[in-house]
Structures are given as structure tokens and as C-alpha cells.
Design a protein around this ligand. Sequence first.
Ligand code: MN
Length: 240
Amino acid sequence: MENQQRRKFIKDSLKLSLGLAAASSAMKPLSVFAGTEDKADAFQFSQVALPYSYDALSPYIDALTMEIHYTKHHTTYIKNVNEAIAAEHLTFKNATDFFAGASKLSAKARNNGGGAWNHNFFWQIMKPGSSAEPTGKLADAINGTFGSSAKFKELFTQAAIGRFGSGWAWLVDDHGTLRIGSTPNQDNPLMDIADVKGTPILGLDVWEHAYYLKYQNKRNEYIAAWWNTVNWEAAAKHLV
Ligand code: MN
């Protein structure tokens, strides 16, 4: 007991001296204080380099769609979420932390944060010259859960087609259990408000901007073609 009280006394004294230090730094001119220390600590999103050329996934995804998608849509989500992080003084440590509190974020932070992260993920689970059928470790997991890759694709396609308006279809690993679902807008399964929660294994962008130039209203044809672009090995690395 005596030891505990001693520790508490030391802790309180420490708090007091830290408080005094904070008070003295708060006396610095505000612009210097806010301009340096706030920014240095805040997590910001950055755009991954596209792991292939714009035309690499052709004919399944055309070069112009890829270029606009990467350089306009995705770049804008990154810019806007980082603006929101700065303007709202958000101090998350990482993306997981950011999305775990999604229900408390502003619309700008939530929508653009989702857009920033989802596209970084999307680019990396695709590659040119892939096979339309799951391979390796992920094939085993899919067969174990859904019975066959045909059944898995059928359920995933239903989720992707059934998402009304803009959103994403997902395959997630929820603590060792694979699940399929979809999210509206730029929400994702890392968000506390998502219907389907877990670690994303596959994600498919079903916003019209992802397919309209080539497929117009035929989302089903885009989804059918997309299987030929999946990087099954990269996706398998996300299995829990
Ligand atoms: Mn998109």
C-alpha cells in the first residue's frame, strides 16, 4: 500500500511538472506552435505507387479508366482526407486507428479516408497476367469456407451487383472466418460502422467511375472480367 501511494505521489509530481512545461510552450507564438508540433505528430494518408502501367490490366480494365481512376479520383481522396486531418486536428496513429473510430469522423474525413485506403488496397490486389481462379493458400481458405471457387465467385458477384449505387464488395477475414459483404460509398470493413467487419482480403470497386468508360451500365460484365486481374498471392498475405 505504501509503495502504491509513493508511486502515485511520483506520478502526480511528474504530471505537475509536465503541465508546467506544456504551459510554458503554450506561451510561444501560436503560429509556430500549431504549425510545427501539430503536423509532425499527425498520421497522414499517402498514395501508393501503381504497381503496373495504366494499360497493364487491359483488356479487362482499360488504360484510360485506370489513369483517371488513379490520377484524379484516388489523388483527390488522398488530398481531401489529409486536408480534413489537418483542419480537424485529427491525431490518429495509423489507418486502423482512424477507421476504428469512423462513426465519430466528419463526412469529409470518413469518405475521403475510405477512398484513400480502399484504392491503395485495390491497386495492390490486382496484377497483369493473373489467373481467374484462386490459387495457393487463398484457394484453400475459399474452398474450405464456400465449398468451391465457383460458389465463392457467385456469392461475391451477388454482393457486388447487389450494392445499390456506389460502393465496394469485400472478402474479409473475421478472426479466421472468411465472409463476403459490401459497403456503401467509400466505407470499408475496418470501420466500426460497417455491416461486414474484418481484415480485407479482396475488395472490388463498383463505383461507376471504375468501369463506365468500357462497360457503361453493365456492372456484371465488369465484375466477370475483373476476376482475370486478381493477384491471389497478394490477397492471401492479408489472411489473419
Ligand atoms: Mn474508385
